[in-house]
Design a protein around this ligand. Structure first.
Ligand SMILES: [Zn+2]
Ligand SMILES: [Zn+2]
Length: 154
């Protein structure tokens, strides 16, 4: 299992391999040393039961999707179709626009799921079965505030 631990101080994403299960990791952004606690399920890639950073047990599933990439495809598609539209080739313009949206959809559909910690936003990628529920805004509100109080951000 690959985990991207989110530094509570500077928000840098720090990749960690659960197979190595280090006791701590030093943040490359701010130099802070983060203590990590590993469960058997994390090490064996059989499930995400407890967050190694914040010890939280609430997680949610989201598509492993970089919104910037999707947006780029649509923007490029829109630009190209604008050129055709300018030259009066409406049909081609609309086809390109539709094509860009389709590519976006295909890319989105092929993505796997990633488990995310509600509290510290660490991400878990691996072969383990996805059991966490989908994102719930209310839960996120409550748990994020609790965590931010704990690490002294509020
Ligand atoms: Zn940091
Ligand atoms: Zn966490």
């Amino acid at each position: 299992m690959k985990i991207v631990v989110r530094c509570p101080k500077c928000d840098a994403g720090l990749p960690v391999s659960a197979a190595d299960s280090p006791d701590s990791i030093e943040c490359g952004g701010c130099g802070r040393v983060l203590a990590l606690t590993w469960t058997e399920a994390l090490r064996a890639d059989t499930g995400v039961d407890q967050c190694p950073l914040c010890a939280g047990r609430e997680f949610y599933i989201r598509k492993d999707f970089d919104p910037k990439v999707g947006l780029t495809v649509v923007v490029i598609g829109a630009l190209i179709s604008a050129v055709f539209y300018w030259f009066g080739e409406d049909l081609i313009a609309y086809s390109i626009l539709g094509g860009a949206a389709l590519i976006d959809l295909v890319v989105y559909g092929r993505l796997g799921d990633v488990t995310v910690c509600y509290r510290c936003h660490s991400e878990f990628r691996g072969k383990y079965p996805r059991t966490a529920p989908h994102f719930d805004l209310h839960t996120a509100d409550v748990l994020e505030q609790e965590y931010e109080r704990k690490i002294g951000r509020r």
